[in-house]
Design a protein around this ligand. Sequence first.
Ligand code: PLP
Length: 427
Amino acid sequence: MSIETLVENPTIPAESAPVMSGVFDRANFDDCVMTTYGRFPLALERGEGCRVWDTDGREYLDFVAGIATCTLGHAHPALVETVTRQIKTLHHVSNLYYIPVQGELAKWLVEHSCADRVFFCNSGAEANEGAIKLARKYAHTVLGIKEPVILTAHASFHGRTLATITATGQPKYQKNFDPLMPGFDYVPYNDIEAVKNAIADLDTGDQRVCAILMEALQGEGGVRPGDVEYFQQLRQICDETGILLIMDEVQVGMGRSGKFWGYENLGIEPDIFTSAKGLGGGIPIGATLCKKFCAVFGPGDHASTYGGNPFACAVSLTVCQTLERENILQNVQERGEQLRAGLRAIASKYPNLIAEVRGWGLIDGMELKADIELTSADVVKAAMAEGLLLVPAGPKVLRFVPPLIVTEREIDLALQALGRALSSAVA
Ligand code: PLP
């Protein structure tokens, strides 16, 4: 087929489509794919809105959304349109050249956040790597710190690269991967005295704290919202000392909390923040964003071949504009309240089983009592049998992170399925 024919009729010729058997071969999968994930025994092949279907045609309500990622759900018409248009036009060229849609997405993000500058990459870990590098360069070149330290929180999660597992305050993610990166230390979350003490203890000789990296709400660490007073004091400490405040918005940002950014719930602005997951609605993209005064990267300091390519940026811009045009944040707030009220009603029926319901917008958690045998994974399995997909946030917390377009009826159905799942799990 000639180039001209393809351009005139850019549908995929049948002979060019990938050869797939259409049959799920679990033995082959287990043989060939590295076993880095403890997968549930479910193979998904299709989705629409907040629903997905497995290879046997069974339907599930998807309250996982690719782990807080599919902002607009599955097969959203606006995404289908953008993906189709962009792949037919231009999908990747590299940052050797100007990419107009990258500039448009950066403008949207700057206009809808406290940031002035954006660096694009492909994932949350990569966005945090960018933030860590930015803070270190600022420390060396502006603050004159020879041995900069970044403070993070216990139970935090910042990714799986070497720097971000070091930043992650959970030893289980670091085990067997030492030596870890130097230049990190940890404090309990929501404890301002601990921060003050750590800064005083760590500031010795050439070593000084240059940045504090925190999640506005700890997602993987158990859906724990940040405390307003704590974050305001943190902001004040940073203002007084010149320490940079970095917020990891990878899971809680892009509307999931009911506001565009998690930090808006805390009444503060970070100096640097990171985004990924919901930013692309399921297409890989990440971003490191910062205020002008700390935008110290120059040419050659940082890069990513795929970062900010036309395809990912066009999809992300569609996600951003759809969130705004369709006033989806209001849906997040209303559905979030409905969900938490329903979860609390369920919790009141099981006082010996459920310790707490908490969250913001559509990132909500239900914590099981510590002294019972039942784990979050047990309930996730029971919910799956009832047609509801959930994801644990640690051994005792169930996480609810549906697409932000979830409807009132779907929340009701999910609560009914959870009620059935809990009664079968304790039977
Ligand atoms: N930061 C936070 C708060 C996250 O929740 C995650 C992933 O769960 C990451 C960073 C890492 O993102 P990614 O898996 O895209 O690298």
